[in-house]
Design a protein around this ligand. Structure first.
Ligand code: NDP
Length: 320
């Protein structure tokens, strides 16, 4: 049975969700935040978003000495709680966004009524799912060049993929590392022409076509290379590099809302440009679930702030 109607319910506990909570709580909206719990299909996953699987974060402003991903998220959480955010460490299982107040069902069976919803459920990098990949994650294997590229100064690294993300990661890494080797499973890129051109004309980047990674190899402590297979000839060989950046796309965590909100072809929640408003009044989306381009903790936090301000204004205009 639902008894209270909340003003703002935030779903997600990465930088976007917690920033929205800090702003909404300081605006006296008494937000409730669903931080998520272990995923049913991925029991090892912890709440807190992608930063929970990152080691050092060196690009979040205000931390000149770097901060670990989990510590940064702990600080976000403490700040949100300090101003009175109510946090549930569980998932929202179902939503009904037909009428306001909207209805959400959580894992404990609670039925939550809320005037506005801020969706901050994030995205997850797609992984190759090959042997050695999980073992060497953060010990050579990464899905974010902007986050981890600086740890590979002077080394050779692989980038896997042929889309815009792979081109962007390769171009970014080429400024830092000794050499970038792009491994792509076909004989042409799907990336936009301009981004392809940047890669193909960069002397520090080479491309190995028609090639898939079969295994990430190393000495048990750090990765040292990858066993790759040419899909045309069947030839298998081991190539050496200190890093492997998986750039085969992200999957936004938008499944819960697909029946209710407009999404892009890739499943990202569509927001009004320059705003966090979605296709439904009173529902706002921030962070990586609506951002296929920037995907940084600081941009996620920025849109979280925007979502809280927009929810607050919506409540003033539309009343409870
Ligand atoms: P895409 O889905 O566009 O590309 C994924 C790439 O990874 C493809 O080349 C695909 O190969 C390859 N791939 C997929 N699965 C595997 C696998 N299991 N093994 C090996 N290779 C695999 O994802 P992106 O993240 O690159 O881009 C997502 C969206 O974001 C796009 O719309 C893109 O334009 C946009 N974007 C825009 C940017 C910008 O404008 N600055 C920057 C980054 C992204 P194949 O080609 O064979 O399918």
């Amino acid at each position: 049975m639902a008894d209270t109607v909340h003003a703002v319910t935030i779903i997600g506990s990465g930088p976007a969700g917690y920033t929205a909570a800090i702003y909404a709580a300081r605006g006296n909206l008494k937000p409730v935040l669903y931080a998520g719990g272990p995923a049913l299909d991925e029991p090892a996953r912890v709440p807190g978003g992608q930063l929970m699987i990152t080691t050092d974060v060196e690009n979040y402003p205000g931390f000149p000495e770097a901060v670990t991903g989990p510590e940064l998220m702990e600080r976000f959480k403490a700040q949100a709680e300090r101003f009175g955010t109510i946090i549930h460490m569980e998932n929202v299982m179902k939503v009904d966004l037909t009428v306001r107040p909207f209805t959400l069902w959580d894992e404990s069976g609670r039925v939550v009524k809320t005037q506005t919803v801020i969706i901050a459920t994030g995205a997850a990098a797609k992984w190759l799912n090959v042997p050695g990949e999980a073992e060497y994650t953060n010990r050579g294997v990464s899905a974010c060049a902007t986050c981890d590229g600086a740890f590979f100064k002077g080394e050779d690294v692989f980038v896997v993929g042929g889309g815009d993300t792979a081109m962007e990661e390769a171009t970014y890494l080429a400024k830092i590392v000794n050499k970038v080797i792009v491994l792509h499973r076909r004989d042409q890129f799907r990336a936009s022409k301009i981004m392809q051109h940047r890669v193909l004309s960069n002397p520090k980047i080479s491309v190995v076509w028609n090639t898939v990674v079969e295994e990430v190899v190393g000495d048990g402590k750090r990765m040292s290379g990858a066993r790759v297979r040419n899909v045309k000839t069947g030839e298998v060989m081991t190539m050496h590099a200190g890093g492997l950046f998986v750039a085969i796309g992200h999957k936004p965590n938008s499944q819960l809302f697909e029946d209710w909100l407009e999404t892009t072809d890739n499943g990202y929640i569509r927001t009004v440009p320059g705003s966090t408003r979605t296709s439904l009044d009173g529902i706002f989306a921030c962070g990586d679930v609506q951002d296929a381009v920037y995907r940084q903790a600081v941009t996620a936090a920025g849109t979280g702030c925007m979502a809280a301000i927009e929810a607050e204004r919506f409540l003033v205009e539309h009343g409870p």
